[in-house]
Design a protein around this ligand. Structure first.
Ligand code: AMP
Length: 199
């Protein structure tokens, strides 16, 4: 039973690492960005509401995001643990998550911060824009997303550091190396993958 948060600037590789960690720790990876994108694609009511914020590189309002995550975390597959990728992003979302956890008698095991230099992430996102054509990877929007991260999300790192939960990971380097750094740092805190003894 592992409950993790993955936090870091856009382009730090959260999505990539989330998929790998979910597999290793046998928990669902929940990406609010992915959920929003699929709602936009399917033109749902939520997608219609979220699209303008996403295209501008702004956070979707907390009321929408919190409702979405509350629903998702109630799903049966989250009972045994989860990894949140890209949530919480604001102080209000931290409060929402705290309430959810307290209400269920759950606790987070760790908050993994992917640390990456802003210039490096801008370069990475430029590459992703060319490869995937994500509408919010346009350079001006990327700069704005980094600023939104700095103002709204970075302060949360201190909140979790203050709770003794923060695990800082250098996110620059080959994908495998970053995964290895994360699993090693988590193991040092007594958090290990379910079948790691047999690996
Ligand atoms: P991401 O894939 O995590 O970079 O998210 C893409 C976009 O989805 C963000 O720029 C926001 O517009 C929106 N989004 C994702 N997660 C959140 C969140 N926790 N709170 C508010 N907006 C979010």
């Amino acid at each position: 039973m592992t409950r993790l948060l993955l936090i870091g600037p856009p382009g730090a590789g959260k999505g990539t690492q989330a998929v790998r960690l979910a597999e290793l720790y046998a928990i669902p990876a929940i990406s609010t960005g992915d959920i929003f994108r699929s709602n936009v694609k399917n033109e749902t009511e939520l997608g219609t509401k979220a699209k303008a914020y996403m295209d501008a590189g702004d956070n979707v309002p907390d009321s929408l995001t919190n409702a979405l995550i509350r629903d998702r975390l109630e799903d049966a597959d989250c009972r045994e643990g989860f990894l949140l990728d890209g949530y919480p992003r604001t102080q209000d979302q931290v409060r929402e998550l705290d309430e959810f956890l307290a209400g269920h008698g759950f606790a987070l095991d760790a908050v993994v911060e992917l640390v990456a230099d802003p210039d490096v992430v801008v370069d990475r996102l430029r590459l992703r824009a060319a490869e995937q054509g994500r509408s919010d990877d346009d350079e001006a929007v990327v700069r704005h997303r980094l600023e939104v991260y700095r103002v709204q999300t970075e302060p949360l790192i201190d909140v979790y550091a203050g709770r003794g939960m923060l695990v800082e990971i250098d996110a620059i380097g080959p994908i495998d190396d970053v995964t290895e750094r994360i699993t090693t740092a988590l193991a040092e805190r007594g958090i290990s993958a379910p079948d790691s003894a047999t690996r």
